[in-house]
Design a protein around this ligand. Structure first.
Ligand code: NAP
Length: 486
């Protein structure tokens, strides 16, 4: 295994030590990753600060930043297969899913490259005859981007493409479970010709790396994707130096099937919502609310399809679900399911490793659960669907909203009036109607409540990395009373 290195300013730096990442399917170590230190964090932030404050990046026009971003997009396109394989080996997700993600990422950079020379301020009526007012939209500065393991490059891209378009510099901290693709991306930055210090990486298995980064007084903005508990710790640390934070956290999303839905499409949507990526996705539709009149039909169909899901080598195109990323995550899934069973739940499908052992956990459907039980309140982050019946629209809105989380929801119905009512009533950041698990660079994405705050993607995502400066220009030449504000 060739030891990977971190990119800190112009330098490629090995770790003082290296650690191995393990392929969850084979159980074998497959990449040697640098163990970063506090000095590495300090040096990476200093490099990002210096590139932001002076040097070629700080002088670049929007169209020049855009040209570099488009070159990077091309390089990602050329290297998509290799990047996809490294993500699949790091986190065990299907190679074909990671390939689709890698092939979609260049469009993110192209889209935001298109916005880099359209970051306009406003001319504003100051309410005064003697003043002319305008605003500048300026990059927020040095961004700390902290990532989880489930879709490392795509989730980094949500932050990175917008931050680069805005003119920010970045220090990225990948998850210890899946750092390889992000370290590799730094090589493509060099190849694309980005100035040193624009994109820096610090990896490590020590949780303090993220803490040191967030606490650093020269970090101007923290953009975090991960779990709720970590998100709260990150927001607290960043508050010590008043750095703004955006938080993309977990979810417990409702996927709601009304009796007038296309049942075939809805069943497929329930499967896509929670068994794709083996449920290791923040937007997992892990609570299915099914109208009582079609409850048995839908549960039977979902359970049948769940039982037929092919688990296996994530690199095999026939596989539909790979293993879970690491053993701690499997234990968490198992505990939550076992506790639900003790609590009176019925396992309709799955509930075990499916006979495959290792880090596999079979697609699981659980019925006879209460919305206030742990399995319905906590994010499982695994292939576990809790199914609950409902009778009225008001009831299902109340049940769906009765959650700490508010990331997303799915609604399956053919009644357009109901669509509008549901879209308004659900307290979440995204509502999919007759679809699920669709994202695009044009559409804002983010949560409410314990799912976090801030938005990624779309022009809303760009705004996260900009701040407005107000300019007042005196036009009369009169000398004013210095003791009166006005
Ligand atoms: P996590 O444990 O919260 O870790 C996320 C990142 O934070 C990792 O890089 C982690 O480093 C780092 N970290 C840990 N402690 C830290 C601290 N005190 N200060 C700063 N950084 C710290 O989350 P995960 O298990 O990797 O990912 C799963 C979670 O991410 C789920 O809850 C999922 O819903 C959420 N997620 C949300 C979205 C979204 O867009 N809303 C998307 C994907 C995933 P180490 O890996 O080294 O511990």
């Amino acid at each position: 295994m060739k030891p990977l290195q971190m990119k800190i300013g112009p330098e490629w730096r090995p770790g003082r030590k290296q650690f191995d990442t393990v392929d969850p399917y084979t159980g074998e170590p497959w990449a040697s990753v640098p163990e970063g230190t506090k000095d590495d964090v300090n040096d990476a932030v200093a490099a990002a600060r210096s590139a932001f404050d002076r040097g070629p990046w700080s002088d670049m026009l929007g169209k020049e930043r855009a040209a570099l971003m488009r070159r990077l997009a091309d390089l990602i396109r050329e290297n998509a297969d290799e990047l996809a394989l490294s993500e699949s080996r790091d986190n065990g997700k299907l190679l074909r899913e990671m390939r689709a993600q890698m092939n979609s990422i260049p469009a993110w950079f192209d889209y935001f490259a298109g916005s880099a020379d359209k970051i306009d301020g406003r001319v504003i009526d100051t309410g005064r005859r003697d003043y002319f007012g305008l605003t500048l939209r300026e990059p927020v500065g040095v961004v700390a981007a902290i990532l989880p393991w489930n879709s490392p490059l795509l989730l980094l891209t949500f932050k990175l493409a917008a931050a680069l378009a805005a003119g920010c510099t970045i220090v990225a901290k990948p998850s210890e479970q899946a750092p390889v693709s992000i370290l590799r991306l730094a090589e493509l930055f060099d190849e694309a010709g980005f100035p040193a210090g624009v994109f820096n990486t610090v990896s490590g298995s020590d949780r303090r790396i993220g803490e040191w980064l967030v606490q650093h007084p020269d970090v101007d903005k923290v953009s975090f994707t991960g779990g709720e508990t970590t998100g709260i710790a990150v927001a607290r640390s960043a508050a010590e130096h008043l750095a703004p934070v955006s938080l993309e956290l977990g979810g417990k999303s409702a996927n709601i099937v009304f009796p007038d839905a296309d049942v075939h499409a809805a069943v497929n949507g329930l499967i896509a919502g929670v068994f794709a990526a083996a449920g290791q996705t923040c937007i997992a539709g892990s609570r299915a609310f099914i109208h009582r009149s079609i409850y048995e039909t839908v549960v039977d169909a979902v359970a049948d399809r769940a039982r037929s899901i092919v688990m296996g080598d994530p690199k095999d195109p026939q596989s539909e679900m790979g293993p879970i990323c690491f053993s701690g995550q499997v234990a968490k899934i198992r505990n939550l399911v076992d506790e639900a069973i003790l609590d009176g739940a019925t396992v309709v499908a799955g509930g075990s490793d499916g006979g495959l052992g290792g880090l596999f956990y079979a697609p699981t459907v659980i019925a006879d659960v209460r919305n206030d039980s742990r399995i319905c309140r906590e994010e499982v982050f695994g292939p576990v669907l809790a199914v609950l019946p409902f009778e009225t629209e008001d009831e299902v809105v109340a049940l769906s909203n009765d959650s700490r989380y508010g990331l997303a929801a799915g609604v399956w119905t053919s009644d357009v009036r109901r669509v509008m009512r549901m879209a308004r009533s659900l307290r979440v950041g995204t509502v999919w109607v007759n679809g699920y698990r669709t994202l695009n660079y044009t559409m804002p994405f983010g949560g409410v409540k314990a799912s976090g705050y801030g938005r990624e993607n779309g022009m809303e995502g760009l705004s996260e990395f900009l701040r407005d400066k107000a300019i007042w220009i005196e036009t009369s030449g009169d000398v004013r009373d210095p003791f009166i504000i006005g």
